[in-house]
Design a protein around this ligand. Structure first.
Ligand SMILES: Nc1ncnc2c1ncn2[C@@H]1O[C@H](COP(=O)(O)OP(=O)(O)OP(=O)(O)O)[C@@H](O)[C@H]1O
Ligand SMILES: [Mg+2]
Length: 267
């Protein structure tokens, strides 16, 4: 008989942002980067986050990753307050953060090494994800010899390799060329379809936001806050034909409007 986990994932959201507020600086000069963000993301959901530059997207993600403190409020993962990074949360940063002295393969193996996985298995898993992101011929290369898009693909392989239940992705495909980007979107959706991780994915690309998500979270700036949640009622798997459909265009227009025609709040 398998024991029931203490925190039952079915009993509540996978991630819950509760009044999450973040202020940078002190006194008069302080800046409210995030104002009382409330958002629940269900287990196995794929949400995308869009909004003008500076509206607190990365701040919110870094708080969920356990890398930035809140000024007020809290984030719960499986009902437990986040108080630091954890292996169940895989993070892909806006600025790909690779270890410059490690090769592509060593970078991808890094999290597995921390998990004390035996070398042969580590290698097998790393090579699988290195192939998946198209870097097979560069497994022994150092990051400085790679293009921006290749570095980002290496960072993606590293995050996938540790098999986290939650993926926190901050504009992961921003540095990729259009064709690679579309391929990576499909690969990500494919993996998600098979393994149903919970994904929070930040992007500036409205098309990408709609194509990937079952809900698009639109944020507003000054102060950074939740503006609107737009459901994407299109079935999975998503296809190229869907991208061209009137239904898709309608949702994309809604998101576009919510992002670029926000009423600015003056207080
Ligand atoms: N460490 C910090 N110190 C001071 N201010 C900060 C810090 N980090 C972020 N900010 C400010 O908080 C606000 C939100 O920043 P954040 O990086 O979360 O925005 P974003 O929505 O991710 O923007 P972008 O789309 O450009 O990536 C910005 O005005 C930024 O200047
Ligand atoms: Mg950002």
């Amino acid at each position: 008989m398998i024991e029931k986990p203490v925190q039952d994932a079915d009993s509540g959201p996978k991630i819950s942002f509760q009044n999450v507020t973040r202020r940078f600086g002190e006194g008069e000069a302080s800046f409210l980067a995030l104002d009382r963000l409330n958002l629940d993301v269900g287990d196995g959901e794929f949400v995308t986050v869009v909004g003008p530059s500076g509206c607190g997207k990365s701040t919110a993600m870094n708080i969920a990753a356990g890398l930035t403190d809140v000024s007020d409020g809290r984030v719960l993962v499986d009902g437990k307050p986040v108080d630091g990074p954890g292996p169940e949360r895989g993070v892909i940063f806006q600025q790909y953060a690779l270890f410059p002295w490690l090769t592509v393969r060593q970078n991808v193996e890094f999290g597995l090494r921390i998990k004390r996985m035996p070398a042969a298995e580590r290698r097998r898993i790393a090579d699988h994800f290195i192939s998946l992101v198209g870097l097979k011929d560069f497994a022994d290369a150092l990051p400085k010899t790679l293009s921006g898009g290749m570095k980002q693909r290496c960072a993606i392989a590293r995050a996938y390799a540790v098999n986290p239940t939650i993926l926190l992705m901050d504009e992961p495909f921003g540095a990729l060329d259009a064709l690679t980007r579309v391929n990576m979107q499909d690969q990500l959706l494919d993996t998600w379809n098979r393994e149903r991780r919970t994904v929070i994915f930040i992007t500036h690309d409205v098309d990408e936001a709609v194509y990937l998500a079952n809900r698009v979270i639109v944020m507003a700036a000054r102060p950074g806050r939740l503006h609107k949640i737009i459901p994407v009622n299109l079935p999975y798997p998503r296809t190229e034909e869907m991208r061209l459909s009137p239904e898709f265009a309608e949702i994309r227009n809604q998101v576009w409007h919510a992002v670029y025609h926000q009423n600015t709040r003056t207080n």
